[in-house]
Design a protein around this ligand. Structure first.
Ligand code: ASP
Length: 448
């Protein structure tokens, strides 16, 4: 008993929190798989597990989402208003745009290249047939409500009423307004002082709240992982193994080849140091499948551990969480080409290029919430001019929907890491990367 209690104390209080979170995810997956395979749902002694953990997971999700709007608004205003002039914002914006585009183009090429090379669509005709009978009634409704018009997606970036966008948590228009507002504060000089002080306090207070919420990260992601696997089991994955392989290889290539090379060559940063610094954000992204919800933790990790200045982090990370979804771009390219292959539709090379371009646009238009990458795929389908019947489309999407949560968890990690990588590159190029903090984990604050 003495040993067990010592072990408990050591594990709970002595081990860094990212290990707790990782352990919680693995445990959640393991128990979820057990729940599904032993059919505990039908067993009265265990059936309450699922609704109970659903609530626990949602409590954690809500707690972090609750912080997103106040944190994004306050950090963007503090960051942007500290810019000296519009030229500085222009330079920063130009760099960020260049990196976002570069990252997404690379990911689209990887997704396209791997799918054409490995041809995962060849082996799933049977699975596609089964998919039409899968009981996924919700997906078509979601799709019908999803945006399919690139023009509308673009226009929606500008809010007609910023208060409405903020109240509804619409991140893209909220960011658009906030950047302009922060810039206006920078322009009006001393008159902006009271508001900037107010937003500085708001920022510091929401960071403190993020620290508190992170105490619940391990039980929260445990519950989310458990619910994911307990609901769908693992057998569906073998059906789509070749496609899953393509996605995972693509994401791994980005994480362990593309980003490290860019970090090393452009910023002389060791990727492991950065990944260690943002490990909590990585794990929470994996657990929640939402880069927006992860944003408070991403900002906290980047500023307090990776040594990225507040000015850069507050500008790059919120914009990155909404626009720079390299994992999603890759997924959308691969998924559309995969379905084209699966239905044996012949397409010209120009269509492949169009898939890449529209997947990039669709991923920019997707929100940082679970499965939005799958939903915005509609934009790609309607734009590339390939003749899909509605039944084919529905069958393909049902199939992908069934496995999406797990792939979403993985691509969300890449989305978050890619924004942190861009923030590091920009900070290094602006001389605003504190390398002594990044390279010295002992200097990190313990709490977050
Ligand atoms: N879940 C992803 C994110 O939050 C978006 C997607 O579905 O690809 O970044």
């Amino acid at each position: 008993m003495g040993f067990l209690s010592q072990l408990f104390v050591a594990v709970v209080f002595g081990v860094k929190r990212h290990w707790h979170i990782l352990f919680a995810i693995l445990l959640g997956f393991g128990l979820g798989a057990l729940y599904y395979s032993l059919e505990w749902e039908k067993n009265p002694s265990f059936s309450y597990f699922l609704p109970f953990f659903e609530v626990v997971g949602q409590i954690f999700m809500r707690l972090i989402r609750m912080l997103v709007i106040p944190l994004v608004v306050s950090s963007l205003i503090v960051g942007v208003s500290s810019l000296k002039d519009a030229r500085q914002l222009g330079r920063l914006g130009g760099k960020v745009l260049m990196f976002f585009t570069l990252f997404m183009v690379i990911s689209a090429v990887i997704g396209g290249g791997l799918t054409l090379l490995l041809q995962p669509g060849q082996s799933v005709q049977e699975a596609l047939h089964q998919a039409q009978t899968l009981n996924n009634s919700s997906y078509l409704e979601v799709f019908q409500a999803a945006p399919t018009d690139p023009q509308k997606t673009l226009l929606n970036m500008i809010p007609e009423n910023p208060i409405h966008s903020l109240a509804e948590g619409e991140l893209v228009p909220a960011i658009f307004f906030t950047i302009l507002f922060g810039l206006a504060l920078a322009f009006i000089g001393p008159a902006s002082k009271p508001l900037i002080t107010l937003f500085e306090s708001l920022f510091t207070a929401t960071m403190k709240m993020t620290e508190w919420v992170m105490v619940l990260a391990a039980p929260g992601v445990f519950a989310l992982a458990f619910v994911t696997v307990a609901k769908i089991g693992t057998s569906i994955f073998s059906l789509l193994a070749p496609f899953i392989m393509v996605i995972l290889v693509g994401l791994i290539l980005q994480l362990f080849v593309v980003f490290p090379i860019l970090l090393r060559t452009l910023a002389k940063v060791d990727f492991l140091a950065l990944y260690q610094a943002i490990s909590e954000a990585i794990l929470v992204a994996f657990g929640t499948s939402s880069s927006s919800a992860t944003l408070p933790i991403t900002i906290a990790n980047c500023e307090l551990r990776a040594g990225i200045s507040n000015r850069i982090a507050s500008f790059v990370l919120p914009t990155g969480a909404t626009f720079n979804k390299t994992g999603t771009t890759m997924f959308e390219v691969a998924a559309v080409l995969f379905l084209i292959q699966a239905y044996n539709i012949h397409v010209e090379p120009i269509t492949v290029v169009m898939v890449m371009v529209f997947a990039l646009i669709a991923s920019v238009g997707s929100a940082g919430v679970p499965s939005s990458g799958l939903i915005t795929m509609g934009i790609v389908f309607t734009s590339i001019g390939v003749d899909f019947t509605i039944e084919q489309f529905a069958g393909g999407v049902a199939l992908l929907w069934a496995i999406d949560r797990i792939l979403d968890m993985c691509r969300t990690v890449v989305n978050v890491v890619s924004s942190c990588t861009v923030a590091t590159l920009v900070a290094a190029s602006e001389g605003e990367l504190k390398r002594d903090v990044l390279n010295n984990p002992d200097a990190w604050r313990q709490v977050i």
